[in-house]
Ligand binder design. Structure first.
Ligand code: GDP
Length: 365
């Protein structure tokens, strides 16, 4: 399963956020595929479409989809040189598929900041630089290995050297691998290098209790947003402390508390959705009277593979996917009406499933 790693300097609020994640935590009974590991938190993906489908179908049970956050401890300046838990930290980042970087945007003189004062851009750059240095090392090692072959005009090596040189240039300018503009062929090669800075990133600005209703008034948040915009990265604003409290609430109680705070949706829910998209994940639904359920697939997956998310037998015996788009089903008010309106399609093996599809798989056993 794909997972998003939570990173950040010490004392920025990572543990507080991770606590909120595990408290909001999904009942793992529903998600047997999920890892049981203290550093992994399973979260349910909030999706208003699931609520709408439940109203429409009135099933016995509704099951959201879920995914995992991994808590990655131990980054400090010098990590790439093995300072602190440096090597372990890098190894842990290597295993995640996207990075959520928590950035301190709250002042609190009782809580030490590792570099003496709150400065989110410096903090971001400290971490990014450690990752860039680690990648630089990988790239230089690799150059050492393929250089000779490239000089002998080995075709693959020539192409790879081009990629490696582009990366080295970027790293020398302290830019991450994800900022390099590659051709499709080059990108494939770059992905094969398992670099840290090629992973997609989003920034989590952790603000104080006072700022959560109007985060744009917080100058640090503004700075993080400007920085992220240059990287095409997203910023989610949270107050980790409050998220811990929200995570204990459900339903009506949660809605009321959010209203008091003057926010529409909890920061954690926003973060969950953003991380899900960052991982390249999307949702399709199954909707029967027994159960309405959301399922996760990777964008680009075809119908049989998506059927395999439910059960490998579904993939093996796949015949057809009876499919209706969420908007079409809602507009028609029922499956029968959608069928009469010609909105239910019979899709075959080559169909690329879309986010929001409601699917009934037909298969041979
Ligand atoms: P970590 O080292 O990044 O895991 O940071 P922690 O989660 O342990 O937080 C460090 C300190 O900052 C703790 O005392 C937290 O209570 C405090 N803290 C975390 N988030 C917030 C926040 O949103 N507002 C305030 N005022 N304090 C926070």
């Amino acid at each position: 399963a794909l997972t998003a790693g939570i990173v950040g300097l010490p004392n920025v609020g990572k543990s507080t956020l991770f606590n909120a994640i595990t408290q909001a935590g999904a009942e793992s009974a529903n998600y047997p595929f999920c890892t049981i590991d203290p550093n992994v938190g399973i979260v349910e993906v909030p999706d208003y479409r699931l609520n709408k489908l439940t109203e429409l179908v009135q099933p016995k049970k509704t099951v959201p989809t879920a995914f995992e956050f991994t808590d990655i401890a131990g980054i400090v300046k010098g990590a790439s040189k093995g300072e602190g838990l440096g090597n372990k930290f890098l190894a842990n980042i290597r295993q995640v598929d996207a990075i959520c970087q928590v950035v301190r945007c709250f002042e609190d003189e009782n809580i030490t900041h590792v570099s003496g004062k709150v400065n989110p851009i410096d903090d971001i750059e400290v971490i990014n630089l450690e990752l860039i240095l680690a990648d630089m090392e990988s790239v230089e090692k690799r150059i050492g290995r393929v250089e000779k072959l490239a000089r002998q005009k080995d075709k693959d090596a020539v192409v790879e050297i081009e990629v490696l040189n582009l990366l080295r240039e970027a790293f020398e300018a302290e830019k991450p691998a994800r900022s390099v503009e590659f051709t499709d062929e080059q990108l494939k090669i770059a992905k094969g290098l398992h670099l840290l800075t090629i992973k997609p990133v989003l920034y989590v600005a952790n603000v104080s209790e006072e700022d959560i209703a109007n985060p744009s008034d917080n100058e640090y948040v503004q700075k993080v947003r400007d920085f992220a915009a240059k990287e095409n990265a997203e910023v989610i604003v949270i107050c980790a402390k409050i998220e811990e409290e929200i995570a204990e609430l459900e339903g009506e109680e949660k809605t009321m508390f959010l209203q008091e705070l003057g926010i529409e949706e909890s920061g954690l829910d926003q973060l969950i959705r953003a991380a899900y998209h960052l991982l390249g994940l999307a949702t399709y639904f199954t909707a029967g009277v027994q159960e309405v359920r959301a399922w996760t697939f990777r964008k680009g997956m075809k119908a049989p593979q998506c059927a395999g998310v439910i059960h490998s037998d579904f993939e093996r015996g796949f015949i057809r996917a009876e499919t209706v788009a969420y908007d079409d089903l809602l507009a028609n008010g029922s499956m029968t009406a959608a069928k009469e309106a010609g909105k239910v399609r019979l899709e075959g093996k080559e169909y690329e499933v879309k986010d929001g599809d409601i699917i009934h798989f037909r298969f041979n056993v």
